[in-house]
Design a binder for this molecule. Structure first.
Ligand code: NIG
Ligand code: FE
Length: 376
């Protein structure tokens, strides 16, 4: 089965010699990009989709979300906007609501959020556990996540639950909880931050995850300068996410090791922290990804276009760099070669925008430009 997308005003493929084409077309065969070129040369196909002069971009790759939870924390957000500080302990509010919800409700909530992401152009999604913090609920969250995406992350070490010491809880996370969760997870993550887990505890969690066959990623340097980024580099993690507060040594370590810095501008928007300096990272040769971090505490947005617009306005990126970080950058963060670009061989995950250029994603913030989303 072949499909041609014709009359593409602008086509973003991220081909090295010609990342953005004009008056282009693209052919999909069996769910993969088979051909890209000038509209005038498009080969025949079983089905033709007319892009009407709009823009075609790779589907967004959201490399950091917490989609499986119940309840919301709108009141906490409102209090922050009135001057209160964000505290990691707010996570426990969502844990209580999530434990009370039951698996079917959680599944329905997560499905609805997936639909929201998809309607805004996201075609690959990473989903973490972390709002269960007991063995049964963490396993259930990961099972729900695994029904929605192959990019599932065990985040039992999100925060220490009430009634536990940190050391006892780390023992549970690296013992029974890991054993029960690992079959449904590809990645292991830990929130390495004051108020959550310190460097030694985080190292113990990630190392145990690796021994169980999971690959490491980390929440690092979100609320202040901390050891998380250095730990990510030491362990060869795929990604260090947040990276809001970085020393020069952190930036140098990221550049040297190739650990992807995941930038989550929805968090700075919603916590009133300063935005990370993406320009500084790119200039130092660090690979970056932009992700939503969709969660009820620090970033309840499912919109990658919103995050792209914030990254352009507040983090020093050009619109093209921001789109690259939200597609190819997300793919690098998830160590995926088949998504995040539209070169021949890629999965045919793409978005048709009602806009003459991808620049409009940042130029027209808040405007629903996604006309159609196709997946392989
Ligand atoms: O990525 N940083 C840790 N976890 C989430 C926030 C969780 C919450 O406040 O519910 C984050 O920002
Ligand atoms: Fe997060």
């Amino acid at each position: 089965m072949s499909k041609a997308i014709t009359h593409v005003g602008e086509l973003v493929t991220w081909e090295p010699d010609r990342p953005v084409r004009h008056d282009a077309a693209l052919v999909i065969v069996d769910g993969r990009v088979a051909w890209v070129g000038d509209a005038a040369d498009v080969p025949p196909a079983d089905e033709v989709i007319d892009a009407g002069g709009g823009t075609v971009i790779p589907g967004f790759v959201d490399s950091h979300t917490h989609l499986v939870f119940a309840g919301d924390r709108a009141a906490e957000f409102a209090a922050r906007m009135a001057g209160q500080r964000y505290e990691a302990g707010g996570i426990r509010t969502t844990v209580a609501a999530t434990r009370a919800a039951g698996e079917v409700t959680l599944q329905n909530l997560a499905r609805a959020r997936m639909a929201e992401l998809r309607a805004q152009g996201t075609t690959t999604v990473e989903i973490k556990s972390g709002y269960g913090l007991d063995v049964d609920t963490e396993e259930s969250l990961l099972w729900v996540a695994s029904q929605l995406t192959p990019e599932t992350t065990f985040l039992g070490a999100h925060v220490v639950p009430e009634g536990w010491t940190a050391d006892d809880y780390v023992e549970l996370v690296t013992g029974d909880m890991l054993t029960r969760c690992a079959p449904y997870a590809k990645w292991v993550d830990v929130f390495c931050e004051t108020g959550a887990f310190d460097a030694d505890q985080a190292r113990t969690v990630l190392t145990a995850g690796v021994a169980a066959g999971l690959a490491p990623r980390i929440h690092a340097n979100q609320l202040g300068h901390g050891p998380g980024v250095q730990l990510a580099c030491e362990l060869g993690a795929a990604a260090a996410d947040h990276c809001t507060y970085l020393s020069d040594a952190d930036v140098a370590a990221l550049a040297e090791t190739g650990v992807v810095a995941g930038l989550l501008p929805g968090v700075e928007f919603s916590t009133r922290h300063p935005y990370p300096d993406a320009r500084r990272l790119l200039d130092a040769g660090v690979r970056i990804a932009i992700a939503t971090d969709c969660n009820p505490g620090t970033s309840y947005t499912s919109s990658m276009p919103f995050c792209i617009a914030l990254a352009v306005r507040e983090m020093g990126l050009t619109p093209t760099e921001a789109l690259h970080a939200a597609t190819a950058g997300g793919a690098a963060s998830l160590r995926r070669e088949d998504v995040g670009h539209l070169r021949p061989g890629a999965r045919a995950d793409l978005v048709i925008l009602d806009a003459p250029s991808h620049l409009h994603l940042a130029y027209r913030p808040g405007v629903p430009l996604v006309r159609r989303v196709l997946t392989a």
